[in-house]
Design a protein around this ligand. Sequence first.
Ligand code: DP6
Length: 393
Amino acid sequence: MGRQMTCTAPVNIAVIKYWGKRDPTLILPTNSSLSVTLSQDDLHSRTTVSIAPEYDQDRMWLNGIECPVSSNIRLVNCLQAAREQRKAMEAADSSLPSWSTWGIRIASVNNFPTAAGLASSASGYACLVYTLAQVLELPLTPSQLSRYARLGSGSACRSILGGFVGWEMGKLANGEDSLAYQVAPETHWSELEALILVVNDAKKDTSSTVGMQTTVKTSTLAQHRFASVVAERMQQMEQAIQDRNFEQFAKITMQDSNQFHAICLDTYPPIFYLNDTSRTIIRIVTTINELCPEIQAAYTFDAGPNAVIYAPKQHMPRLIQLFTYFFPAAHPLPSEEFFNDPYHCVPTGVTLGETLPSEYESLRDTFSVMPVGSVKRIIHTRVGDGPRVLSDP
Ligand code: DP6
């Protein structure tokens, strides 16, 4: 008889960006990074792992489609790391069942459509290794487990924990000290919320993996960032989180997003992830921060044009009103249940955005209403917890 387990894992969005590897096989970064784990009530990967003695080979299905395991070296590395640990446990204690010799089957789905414009590798690999560790009964702390997630995708190591999560770059060549750690749990600063402004849901031109290798090889600005910028920012950001100091959190978040996109531009040939809509979002947020003291917000952009806006809960209704005014809807929302929930996804421009409150008239002089569909949808979420077990064997 085999064993089976199902778990979910969250998405995370970095406020100090990881961009650059010192070891591309072990996925060891050139700088430490820090992220916010988003609520998996809204966005998550869900993975079932089964092991059985009769499975003759490892197999995986992603959103219902089988993906050959052997051609995915990162997946092979994750499975091998977990199996080796289990093997060592079995060698040390002969009473343990020999699960390390059984075949593994994995079925993973994301509850957020590709159209949400989010990378799924972080939540996907975090969910895979978390579920595998449950099935194989590996006695690992979340930090230790983050090493296995890192072998799948660098940013995945941060989705092993909830709340505010750091990834210490480490110094060792074998990566043993390159681990994720929790800076603060989600309950520490639960008023922090996020909006995801989906600008483009198409696959990005330059993948993170390829893009960051070119950056490491060619950008002199990146060398400056690794040597002289990130360590201090990590400390300042951890302090801002401990103090729940949104102003400081926002400043570092925006500066770090800017520097990440600056090193992309300094890469040769250059990499462009932001587009005109992204730049308008940046200008709107900085103008709001300057002209509207009652609203505070911070933008950040990963390897694509979609914006993530962090803001205190009480500022969200106003922010949503402004974004929906300046970015009218392209079309009604898709009918999926997820996108019909008014809390999780605001239909851009449909109801809220038709009028601009009189106190924001001055913004109308600075910005014109953007072409319909520049922002395709807005997802409203908050800080969340780490991976969860959904069912026992
Ligand atoms: C811009 O984790 O996707 O989102 O390690 O090659 O899988 P690989 O890259 P990935 O890169 C994420 C880059 C980023 C910044 C971040 O999440 O820190």
